[in-house]
Design a protein around this ligand. Structure first.
Ligand SMILES: Nc1ncnc2c1ncn2[C@@H]1O[C@H](COP(=O)(O)OP(=O)(O)OP(=O)(O)O)[C@@H](O)[C@H]1O
Length: 598
C-alpha cells in the first residue's frame, strides 16, 4: 500500500528562513507581491479595476503589534484556499507547460510561509471576485494545521492577511520599520501602497522609478539621477548612464563609481523584478568588464531564483547582459567624442576596466587604445604617446623582467613597456596587428646579448676578475661576463633565464614553507633537469668601479667585492634575496670594512 509523505512544516520554515530568505523582513516583500499579483489577476477580468494595497499597523497597549495587509485583488474561493493557500509548493501563478509565462511575480508557492518567521499564526480573510463567492477565513499555524470557516459579513472582493508579531520580532513591526520596508521593496510598484497607523495614512511609493520621469534636458536628468544614486547607495557617483534591454525588458540606470575599483571584488547591483525589489546584491546581470558601475534596474522578462537573490542563467539573461553592455559601450563612445575632458578623467580612474573591454571589443579598442596608460621605462605614458615616440617598441613579459631591463634599456634609448599587468600583453599584440608597429618581447638576457663586446685589452685586463667571479658565484648558479654598455654608472646587470626564474622562485617558496610543503617543492625541483647556470651577471667595462677591480690582485678581496656587486645587482633588479644571498651581503660588507680598516 502506498503511503503519503508527511510534512514537518516547522522544519521547512526553519530551512527557508535560514537558507532561502535573506532576513525575516522579506515577509513584507512576499505580502506585497501577493497583493500585486492578485490585482493583476483581477485586471485580467476587469481591465479598468483600480488596484491598491494597504498596510495597517495596530499597536494595542500591553499586547503585541498586529499588521493587516489588504488588497482589492482577485481574492480566493473556499476551494482555492484549500488548493493554493494551504498546499505548500502549489501556486495559482504558474503557466501551463509550453505556454507563454504569466505576468505574475510569484511562482514557487512558498512565499506565504515567510509570514511564519514573524508571526505564530497567519490569518487570511478573502473573498473572490468571481460571482457568488463567500468570505472565507483561514487560520494557519506553523505546526501544519489550519482552520477554515465561512464568515457571514459584507466583505469587498480581495484579501486581508493578519500577522501578530512574535516576541522576538517586535522591532520589525513598528510604525517606522514597516513603511520603510514597504518603500524599500515596493517603491517602484505602479499600484499605490498605503500605510495606515492610528489617524495617519500615506502612500509610500509615490515617487516611482526616477529614471522613468520626464526631464527637461540631459543636465536635469543627470542631476536627479545622481541625487537618487547618492540617496540609495550613500556615495557620490561620477555619472549616471541610462540602461535598456529589450531582451530582458530591463530599464534602469548605471552609476559610474568615483573611486578606483578592486578587480577581484564582486560587483553587485540592486535589481527589481516586475518593479518589486528582488535583490540588493545581484551579481550576474552586467558583463564582467563593467566593474566601474553600480546599477539599479528593473527586469520584467527574466526568471528569478527561488531565493530571489539573482536571476537564472539562461539565454534571455545572456542577451540582456549583452544589451546592457552595449548601453555602457555607447555611453563611453559618446563621452569620448562629445566631452573629451570628462572622458580623460574617467580613463584615469577606470583604465583597468577599459583595458578589459578594449581587449574584447574591436570597435572599442580603436576608440580608446591611444588613451590607455602603460607603464614604460620612461614613466607611465598613454599608448598614443608611446607610438608617436617610437616605432620599435619592446615589451617585457613580466613585471620582474621589466625591472631587470628598465634602467639599461633606458640608457640605450630603448622604450620598454611592462606587459606584466592583466590585459596589457593582449592589447599590445592587438596594437601590433592594427598599426604599423613592431612590438618585440624582450627579456633581460636578450638585452644583455645585444650589448657591445669589450675591447680585447679590457677583456685581458678582466681575466682574473672574471675567474674569481665565476668561482664565487658558482654556488648561486650564476655566470659572469664582461660587456661595454651605458649607463656608465651601472656597474653590473643581473639577468635570469626562464629556467632560472623557476628555480629562484622555488628556492624562495621553500624558505617560507613548512617542512612537509618544502619536501614537495624539493621533489618538484629535482624532477626537472637543473642547468648549471640560471643567471648571468654582466659586468660593465665602462664602469669606473669595475675598471678599478681589474687592478686588484688580492683574490680574497676581489671575491668579497664580486659578492657584494652580485647582491647589489639583485637588489637593483628588485629580486627578493634568499637567506644565503643576505648572508653573502653581510659577510661581504663586513669583510670589506675590515680590509679598509687595515
Ligand atoms: N493576496 C492574495 N490574493 C489572492 N491569492 C493569494 C494571495 N496571497 C496568496 N494567494 C494564493 O496563495 C498561493 C500561494 O502563495 P505564496 O505566496 O505562498 O506563493 P506564490 O505567490 O504562488 O509563489 P512564490 O513562492 O513565488 O511567492 C498563491 O499562488 C495564490 O494563489
Amino acid at each position: 500500500m502506498a503511503h503519503k509523505f508527511q510534512i514537518h512544516l516547522r522544519g521547512i520554515i526553519d530551512l527557508l528562513s535560514k537558507h532561502l530568505y535573506s532576513g525575516p523582513e522579506v515577509f513584507v516583500r512576499e505580502l506585497l507581491q501577493n497583493g500585486v499579483d492578485a490585482i493583476r489577476a483581477r485586471k485580467q477580468i476587469d481591465a479598468d479595476h483600480q488596484g491598491e494595497i494597504t498596510l495597517e499597523l495596530i499597536t494595542p497597549k500591553g499586547k503585541p503589534a498586529t499588521l493587516i495587509v489588504s488588497d482589492n485583488g482577485i481574492g480566493l474561493t473556499e476551494e482555492e484556499v484549500h488548493r493554493f493557500l494551504a498546499t505548500i509548493g502549489e501556486s495559482s501563478k504558474r503557466a501551463i507547460e509550453g505556454e507563454k509565462p504569466l505576468d505574475f511575480i510569484g511562482q514557487f508557492g512558498v512565499g506565504l510561509l515567510s509570514c511564519f518567521v514573524v508571526s505564530e499564526e497567519v490569518v487570511v480573510i478573502s473573498r473572490s471576485a468571481k460571482p457568488d463567492s463567500k468570505t472565507v477565513e483561514w487560520r494557519g499555524r506553523p505546526d501544519g494545521t489550519y482552520d477554515l470557516k465561512i464568515l457571514e459579513l459584507d466583505f469587498q472582493p480581495g484579501t486581508q492577511v493578519c500577522l501578530t508579531a512574535r516576541p522576538d520580532q517586535m522591532e520589525l513591526m513598528t510604525d517606522t520599520r514597516i513603511p520603510e520596508l514597504a518603500e524599500h521593496f515596493g517603491g517602484l510598484l505602479p499600484i499605490p501602497i498605503h500605510f495606515a497607523y492610528g489617524s495617519r495614512n500615506w502612500v509610500v511609493n509615490e515617487k516611482g522609478a526616477p529614471w522613468r520621469q520626464e526631464f527637461v534636458d540631459d543636465k536635469e536628468r543627470a542631476r536627479v539621477l545622481l541625487a537618487y544614486g547618492k540617496e540609495i547607495f550613500n556615495t557620490s557617483f561620477l555619472d549616471a548612464i541610462p540602461l535598456l534591454s529589450p531582451a530582458g525588458q530591463v530599464d534602469g540606470v548605471a552609476f559610474v563609481l568615483s573611486h578606483e575599483v578592486n578587480l577581484a571584488a564582486k560587483r553587485t547591483h540592486r535589481v527589481y523584478l516586475k518593479n518589486m525589489l528582488l535583490s540588493e546584491s545581484a551579481d550576474n546581470l552586467l558583463p564582467e568588464w563593467a566593474f566601474f558601475v553600480k546599477a539599479v534596474v528593473n527586469a520584467n522578462a527574466l526568471r528569478p531564483m527561488a531565493s530571489r537573490e539573482s536571476f537564472y542563467e539562461d539565454e534571455a539573461l545572456d542577451q540582456t547582459r549583452e544589451e546592457l553592455g552595449n548601453c555602457l559601450r555607447r555611453y563611453l563612445i559618446q563621452l569620448a567624442d562629445k566631452r573629451p575632458e570628462k572622458f580623460a578623467s574617467f580613463v584615469e580612474l577606470h583604465y583597468r576596466a577599459l583595458k578589459a573591454l578594449a581587449a574584447q571589443d574591436d570597435e572599442f579598442f580603436h576608440l580608446i587604445i591611444d588613451m590607455l596608460p602603460f607603464q614604460t621605462n620612461r614613466g607611465t605614458l598613454p599608448f598614443g604617446e608611446i607610438r608617436r615616440l617610437e616605432d620599435r617598441i619592446l615589451q617585457a613579459p613580466t613585471t620582474d623582467q621589466f625591472r631587470q631591463v628598465d634602467k639599461i634599456a633606458r640608457a640605450q634609448g630603448l622604450l620598454v613597456i611592462n606587459a606584466g599587468y592583466t590585459y596589457d600583453a593582449d592589447l599590445l599584440s592587438r596594437a601590433a596587428e592594427n598599426f604599423d608597429l613592431t612590438i618585440e618581447e624582450i627579456e633581460a638576457g636578450d638585452l644583455a646579448r645585444e650589448l657591445d663586446e669589450p675591447t680585447p685589452e679590457d677583456l685581458k685586463a678582466a681575466q682574473q676578475l672574471l675567474q674569481v667571479a665565476n668561482q664565487a658565484l658558482k654556488p648561486f648558479r650564476c655566470e659572469t661576463e664582461l660587456k661595454s654598455f651605458k649607463p656608465h654608472d651601472l656597474s653590473a646587470l643581473f639577468a635570469t633565464t626562464r629556467e632560472g626564474r623557476f628555480f629562484r622562485s622555488l628556492e624562495q617558496s621553500k624558505e617560507v614553507a613548512d617542512p612537509l610543503w618544502a619536501g614537495v617543492l624539493d621533489s618538484l625541483g629535482s624532477a626537472r633537469h637543473r642547468p648549471s647556470a640560471e643567471s648571468v651577471l654582466t659586468l660593465n667595462a665602462n664602469n669606473a668601479l669595475i675598471r678599478k677591480l681589474f687592478l686588484i690582485t688580492d683574490r680574497v678581496v676581489l671575491r668579497k667585492c664580486v659578492e657584494v656587486l652580485y647582491v647589489q645587482s639583485l637588489l637593483l633588479a628588485q629580486q627578493p634575496l634568499s637567506t644565503r644571498e643576505l648572508n653573502l651581503l653581510n659577510q661581504g660588507v663586513i669583510g670589506l670594512i675590515e680590509w679598509g680598516l687595515r
